[in-house]
Design a protein around this ligand. Structure first.
Ligand SMILES: NC(=O)c1ccc[n+]([C@@H]2O[C@H](COP(=O)([O-])OP(=O)(O)OC[C@H]3O[C@@H](n4cnc5c(N)ncnc54)[C@H](O)[C@@H]3O)[C@@H](O)[C@H]2O)c1
Length: 262
């Protein structure tokens, strides 16, 4: 049926909390069968239990998205349980506030390994499964406003999110012949535990003085006048997982309340 995710099997990485948990919850509420995958397996299990209590068909599994062995195992276990893989959300990611001149090799490598390499591996391994089973599939990657603009306190994070956009475009071109679409979406400022961490780091660097000052100041340019919540994201993410988006590939859909206009 057009526009539905009913019956589709989706994996969402970084699904224990925040944006990933909201993506998984919305998909499950619309009849998808959803694997919640996270480095924090216990938290993923708790989130899955909440979704299951609302009637969702879900499974929680552990994954480290920066490891190919771990990602392969996640996909194998998901297929063993649900029989196939229709949609892969490469959503897990980390961030760090750091003044431009202070970013170290270690900072850069850590963020690129999870946000950049993790999306490459997740896209490759999901595609291998989709090609093997036939019939196409959908891969949806989590980019950011930081995938469109360089921000001085997030140089390495921005590099990793530009990488997500580049991998998405390359994969869309590489995988179209297999009827696999690859898109990403770009949140702006979303009130999750990630931003609580960034807010603390602003204070540690002496850049702000009070809790929530950083998120409030960073959000001044949002046209729609407020910070977003994970639920703001799910209209687009469920659309990108559904048949209604079958003719869209290689795109970045911004969900930022109008922070980046390109
Ligand atoms: N919050 C925002 O304002 C915002 C804005 C733009 C983009 N994003 C992106 O959205 C995604 C989710 O962000 P969030 O705000 O929900 O973050 P979050 O920190 O609340 O949740 C991230 C989840 O990813 C998991 N994770 C971290 N490293 C992992 C790994 N190596 N393997 C598997 N799981 C791992 C964590 O355990 C956590 O459950 C990230 O890619 C982030 O960069 C967030």
């Amino acid at each position: 049926m057009s526009g539905t995710v009913e019956g589709k099997v989706a994996i969402v990485t970084g699904a224990a909390r925040g944006i990933g948990a909201a993506i998984a919850s919305d998909l499950a509420s619309k009849g998808a069968r959803v694997v919640l995958a996270d480095l924090n397996a216990e938290a993923a299990q708790q989130t899955a239990a909440r979704i299951a209590a609302d009637g969702g068909d879900v499974l929680a599994l552990a994954v480290d998205v920066s490891s190919r062995v771990s990602t392969k195992s996640l996909i194998e276990q998901s297929v063993a349980h649900y029989g196939r893989l229709d949609v892969m959300f490469n959503n897990a990611g980390i961030s760090q506030t750091c003044p431009f001149l202070d970013v170290t090799e270690e900072d850069f490598d850590r963020i690129m390994k999870i946000n950049g390499l993790g999306v490459l591996i997740g896209t490759q391994e999901a595609a291998r499964q989709m090609i093997a089973q036939g019939g196409g599939g959908k891969i949806v990657n989590t980019a950011s406003i930081a995938g469109k603009q360089g921000y001085p306190l997030f140089a390495h994070y921005c590099a990793s999110k530009f990488a997500v956009v580049a991998i998405t475009q390359a994969a869309a071109r590489a995988l179209a012949e297999h009827k696999i679409t690859v898109n990403c979406f770009g949140p702006g400022v979303v009130a999750t535990e990630l931003w609580q961490q960034l807010d603390r780091e602003f204070i540690e660097h002496g850049l702000t003085e009070r809790p929530d000052q950083a998120i409030n100041e960073f959000s001044q340019s949002i046209l729609l006048g407020r910070v977003s919540v994970p639920k703001d994201i799910t209209g687009v993410t469920t659309f990108l997982a559904s048949d209604a988006s079958d003719y869209i590939t290689g795109q970045t859909v911004m969900i930022d309340g109008g922070m980046v206009l390109i």
